[in-house]
Design a protein around this ligand. Structure first.
Ligand code: AMP
Ligand code: GLY
Length: 414
């Protein structure tokens, strides 16, 4: 099998690594990829260049395309490829609206009885500011409707913060909603679906805030581990029954069958589950801890989803623990510098896998090219041993301004 993966992050490097290492693939190409991918297997094509992606698939004889990020999914890349007779893993543009419009996702959840926080929606700044005048208790949650690359959610702890976020982010025609603030522990459950059957993958916990102790602004994710002890077997069954199955069935009834990865961002408290958000793709960095634990061939799962055979497919996971720590550029998630040379990658012990995220390979040197730069990953018999291995090896990797959280997995280890 020949695969083309669309995207350039750690998630895409991990999917490529897994397809090769488990024998699913003869060749894996990545468009555009990053410095972790051998030059020969990179295609200089951006995720929004649908025609070029199609032409590349024909020219190189690709058997399947795996779409990593949300923007091309919402933009209809899978529809485009399927209409051209090319197999593609991921939801249609219509189904990807579960991520593309948070209000659409809320409407599906309400209609099909999926547990989620109450919300009040508005068009335009004036209406939402009027509503803020009536709010008496904080924190609240403010969400912009469309794709915002992780920057569309604020959790103001008082009225001033709420008004400031609204003034700088909500335009006269913006769709926006206020949501009840939920307490609890966050966990990500990714379900793979063929539109009929949905099977949850092992749960992972991401660390969204930039600083230790979950302080500071939200990021794309600073590290993750799997399994997440907050989601026991019985609770996982509940997630499947109350969240994944009704959503997949609901999307089918809406005429927008969901194939691919349905990622549920959940808040868990006292055995109660609420959905914070849906994504229509693999999580980043959750994927980097889920795929190392998968038994069998990843390619078989992609094929079963695309061909509608998931009901006949078993998915199991190793009885091990995986952790990934994100090395980021100083300043991220704000502004940061690029082009710093990374050294020490060849010093890292063989039990550690380093997925590249924001890197480039220029003249044989690996340099930084993004906010999240590397994902340093280990698998162990216990979470503690995996964590200790990552933190003892990560110091060997150096670049100017390297920053990483020192406390990934602290909730599970405390
Ligand atoms: P979202 O993109 O909707 O997952 O929101 C980003 C982050 O905001 C989540 O990972 C949570 O940390 C936080 N968040 C979102 N919705 C809520 C909520 N209703 N209650 C508490 N925190 C929330
Ligand atoms: N790690 C969060 C996400 O992929 O959206």
């Amino acid at each position: 099998m020949k695969y083309l993966i669309i995207g350039s992050g750690g998630r895409e490097h991990c999917i490529a690594w897994r397809l090769i290492s488990d024998g699913s693939a003869d060749e894996v190409f990545v468009a555009p990829g990053n410095g972790g991918i051998d030059r020969r297997y990179r295609a200089d094509i951006q995720p929004n260049e649908f025609k070029k992606i199609e032409a590349f698939c024909r020219e190189k004889g690709m058997d399947m395309v795996i779409v990593g990020p949300e923007a091309p999914l919402v933009g209809g890349l899978v529809d485009h490829l399927e209409a051209s007779g090319i197999k593609a893993f991921g939801p249609s543009g219509k189904a990807a609206m579960l991520e593309g419009s948070k209000l659409f996702a809320k409407s599906i959840m309400k209609k099909y009885g999926v547990p989620t926080a109450n919300h009040w929606d508005f068009t335009g700044r004036i209406k939402v500011l009027e509503f803020i005048e009536t709010v008496s208790s904080y924190p609240i949650v403010i969400k912009l409707d469309g794709l915002a690359a992780g920057k569309g959610v604020a959790v103001p702890s008082d009225k001033n913060e709420a008004v400031e976020f609204i003034r700088s982010n909500v335009k006269d025609d913006s769709r926006v909603f206020i949501e009840e603030y939920l307490e609890g522990e966050e966990v990500s459950v990714l379900g793979i679906s063929d539109g009929e059957t949905v099977i949850p993958l092992i749960a992972a916990q991401d660390h969204k805030r930039i600083f230790d102790g979950d302080a500071g602004p939200n990021t794309g994710g600073m590290g993750a581990y799997s399994p997440a002890p907050v989601l026991t077997g019985a609770l996982m069954e509940k997630v499947k029954r109350e969240v994944l199955v009704p959503t997949i069935n609901g999307m089918k009834k809406e005429g927008a069958r969901f194939r691919g990865i349905l990622y549920a961002g959940l808040m868990i408290r006292d055995g109660k589950i609420n959905v914070l958000e849906f994504n229509a793709r693999f999580g980043d960095p959750e994927t980097q801890v889920i795929l190392p634990l998968l038994e069998g061939k990843l390619g078989d799962l992609f094929r079963a989803s695309v061909d509608g055979n998931l009901s006949k497919t078993d998915i199991s996971f190793k009885n091990s623990h995986a952790i990934t720590v994100v090395m980021a550029s100083r300043g991220y998630p704000g502004s940061y510098e690029k082009g710093k040379e990374i050294t020490g990658l060849d010093q890292v012990a063989g039990d550690i896998t380093v997925f590249h995220a924001g890197t480039e390979n220029t003249d044989g040197k690996i340099i930084t090219s993004g906010g999240r730069v590397l994902n340093v990953t280990a698998v162990g018999n216990s979470l503690k041993s995996a964590r200790d291995r990552v933190y003892s090896e990560i110091e060997k990797i150096k670049f100017d301004g390297a920053y990483f959280r020192k406390d990934i997995a602290y909730r599970a280890l405390k």
